[in-house]
Design a binder for this molecule. Sequence first.
Ligand code: USQ
Length: 405
Amino acid sequence: MRIAILGGDGFVGWPTALHLSELGHDIHIIDNLSRRRIDTELGVQSLTPMDSIQERCRIWHDETGRRIHFHLLDLAAEYERLKQWLAEQRPDAVIHFAEQRAAPYSMKTDRHKVYTVDNNTSATHNLLAALVETGIDAHLVHLGTMGVYGYSSVGAPIPEGYLDVQIDTPGGPRPQQILYPTRPGSVYHMTKSLDQIMFQFYAQNDGLRITDLHQGIVWGTHTDQTRRHEQLINRFDYDGDYGTVLNRFLIQAAIGHPLTVHGTGGQTRAFIHIQDSVRCIELALADAPKAGERVRIFNQMTETHRIRDLAEMVARLTGARIAWLPNPRKEAEENDLIVKNDQFLALGLQPTTLAEGLLSEVVDVARKYAHRIDRARVPAVSAWTRDLAKRIEHDPEGKRLRSVS
Ligand code: USQ
C-alpha cells in the first residue's frame, strides 16, 4: 500500500513509519517539524539524540534498501498543498498523528490553548475536506486518545467507542448505540473529542472510511526497527510537558531524581508499549471499514495501572525515592478504570506487559544519555488553573537555597 503518515517525525509516527516500511509499504511522511520547534521553544531536547528527518530516512535506506519519503507540509495551514499532494499521490491509507499531543503544553497559557485548538482541529478538518474533494478512497487511521472518555470512576468497563443506551420513545424503550459521552480533562484531550464529531460527520455524509484509535499512555522507546541503528533512535521526552508518566519515572530513577507523583497518585490510566502501538496500527490498517459504515473505534491499550503503584514498582526496582507533589492538574484524586480492548486481541495482538523486562531497557537508555538531561526541566510546572499554579512545587529535589530569616 502507499501510506501517508501525517506527523511521521514524532514519537509514535517515526517507529510506525519504520515498521510499515519494513512490511513492504510505500511510506510518505508528511510533517511540519513543529515538535522539533516546540523543543526549541521550551528549551529542552529529546533525551536521545535525534538526527534530522532527512538523515533518518537516509540511514533507513542504507540499512534496508527501502525508501521513506519526506514532505515538509503544514496540514493545518496549507490546505491547497495538502489537497494537491493527495490528488497526485493518491495514497491507499492515511495515518493521522499530526496533532499537538501534550496535555500540559496545551494548558500552559492561553496562547498554548489557542495554538493546540487551531492546529489540531484545522489539521483534522483540512484532511477530511481534502479527502472528500479529491475523491480518493483512502482508509483514514487516526491516533486518538483514551482521554476522550474522561477519568471518572463509572463502575463499568469502558466500551470501544460506542455506548449501548435505551431511548424512551412513545412506543416504549428502544436500544441505540451512541458515541461514548466525552469528558476531556485538558484542552488537548478536548481537541481529540472534537475530532470524533468531525469523523462521525464525514463517515456518515461522505462515506469516508475512518478508524479512530483511542490510545492509552505509550511507554518504552525502542521498537525492533529503531534498535537497528543508533541514528534510527526514537525521540524520548523527559520534561514536565511532553514526558509521559511511566517513561518519566524510569528516567527519573536512572538519574537519581525523586519520582514525581502528582497528588496521591490515585489516578488510574491505560498503558501500551510502543512496540504494541505500531503493531496495533498495522492491525487496524488491515481491517478497514467499508464506505458507509460508521467510524470504527478501537481502544489501543493493553493494561491499566494506578500511578502510585507504578511509582512504587519503579522505586522497588531501582531504589528511587518518591516525591509526593501537589497536583498541577485538575483531575480526580482517585479513579478506577476497566477498559475493553477485545477487538485488537481478536485481531491477534499479543500484549507486551510491564512484566516483560522492557522496563530496564528504558532505564538503560536513560542512563546512557543522562548527560543530555537538564534536571531543571524535569518538574511538571504547567498548571490547569491559576489556583493550582500557586501550589506547584518547582523544586521537588529540595536543592534550592532556603531563606533562614
Ligand atoms: N503524572 C504524575 N507525575 C508525572 C507525570 C504525570 O503523577 O510526573 C500523572 C498525571 O497527573 C496524570 C497521569 O500521570 O494523572 C498521566 O499523565 P501523562 O502525562 O503520562 O499522560 P497524559 O497527560 O494523559 O497524556 C499522554 C499523552 C497523550 C495521550 C494520553 C493518553 O501525552 O498524547 O493521548 O497520554 S491517555 O492518558 O490515556 O489519555
